[in-house]
Design a protein. Sequence first.
Length: 627
Amino acid sequence: MSFADSIIGRPLATSEERAEHIGVAAGIPIFGLDGLTSAAYGPEAAMTLLIPLGIGGVEYGWRIIGAILILLAIVYFSYRQTIAAYPGGGGSYTVASENLGEKPGLLAAAALMIDYILTAAVGISAGVTALTSAVQGTRFAGLQSHTLLICLIILVILALVNMRGVKDTGTAFMLPTFLFVSTLLALIAVGMWKTIHAGGHPMPMAPIPAALPATVGTLGIWMLLKAFASGCAAMTGVEAVSNGVMAFGEPRVQRAQRTLTVIIGILMVLLFGIAYLAKTYRIMPMDPDAAHFQSLLSLLVTAVFGRGWFYYLTSGSVLVALALSANTAFADFPRLTRAIALHDYLPHVFILRGRRLLYSHGIYALTGFTAVILILFGGVTDRLIPLYAIGAFLAFTLSQAGMVVHWKRGEAHPGRGWHMFVNGVGAVATGITTLVVLVAKFRAGAWVTALLVPVLIGVMWVVKRHYSRVKREMADLAPLNLVNLQEPLVVIPMARWDRITEKAMRFGLLLSKEIKVVHIHSDDEECSLEDIWEDLVMAPIKKEGLQEPELVTIPSNYRFVVTPLMDYILELEEKNPGRKVAVLLPELVVRHWWENALHNQRVQLLKLLLLVKGNQRIVVVNIPWYL
């Protein structure tokens, strides 16, 4: 077994694709981990902005989470219908493109790509934040200074795991997902039980940071909107199942809908439970910049269970699940880029499937972009959150609006009006939320996302224009044109006579009767090609009675080589209109990749210039010599 096989698995044949399909159990960690783990930072993101209200912010945080739960229910019913209507995968890009047109489709595509990149970055950084919170006060407290490095290591591990394929990824992530959900459900259940037995006022099991004063500020509508906008980060990843319907086995639609139902159901319980415990235990999030910072979840587990084994089990499961939640982006980003590339808006390399039946180049791109984001923002979750959720809600809105048009255009049936109503409510609700999130987070960093979306759309337009131009120029259904067929003029750049240039000369003599051997001669050369030309080249050719090549020696007083060669080739092409010029480039092929730096630099530069400055009548032919 090769090293690559041991890391990412053996290559899979196309006929094995059916075996890679997944069921509900594997679909939850693959497509739902991002949504589920957002319960670990969504409520905290909302309530952190209410810290100026002191302990009074807990009450308003509870209400904000309630509003988010209502919005989540609306989106859930909307996406159930999307899955049924698009069993081949109904992501926002597909739905918007087919029903709203090209421009809304590109807007959805750009928003979703940015959202998936941020999903990966936020998930990993939130996981590392959970780790550094858990080790505060221990000998590992210094890990906080290595946040970025830990984030990048986890990113590489995730990329390698995802390269093994959908089925293997689902199997690998099933246990961490189950552990995360189980520990949080246990936290909520025990916390509620203690609350009920304490008459609504439970006492924390272990000391937690002192409560804030009852009121240290006043609530304004602006603060409320900002808190709601930050809390909406808990809804990202909801679209993942509808985008990845094709990953499920038959009956595909039913399995996808069940997976979505389980994911949303668990997420609603987690969000409600965390907000309820924060309210009853009167715990507010800590300032992220405070010394010995702990996450809200860390404070809640400390209050309910103390700092015993369950605390570390929960912290570990949260860390692993949050870090792995980036897998939702790894599952859907390649499928999204493939759908866009099929319409010529992204490079066609995103359409190709790799050795494990994956769209591997999408994984490479996501890994690279996520690494850049993590480096730019230092791997700190609170710096990334303001950029987050805008893309997701913009995609939600376009998808639901597209579904309204889809039902309107479709055949009349008894349930069509109800479907239109559900998707219409979803479009209005998510549209309003998009505006709230954009306005509330604009100065905090949302302007970056707002700027990147049109830039990305512009890039896709450029790619589309290029492919359209290529198709126009390449389209030719006419019969083979045999008019004016001539042997090409052959040009062989030759610095010296050796076994490589001999191979080029032999091929040139087969190719044409008119050969120009071009030698650039500088004054500091000890031996010129002219000195051995007659004996080693011309004598054998004359003996065989072959057409004699012409040696063209170009003096170069300033030791330039590539420029005189380019000038000669372009001039030769201009003096011979209608005739092709074949440039044979002798090139040494080495055994090890690092040896390339030791050879062929002028050859590579000349090849590049000929491709850039040349035209249809100049042909570049590599003549390799294998060392």
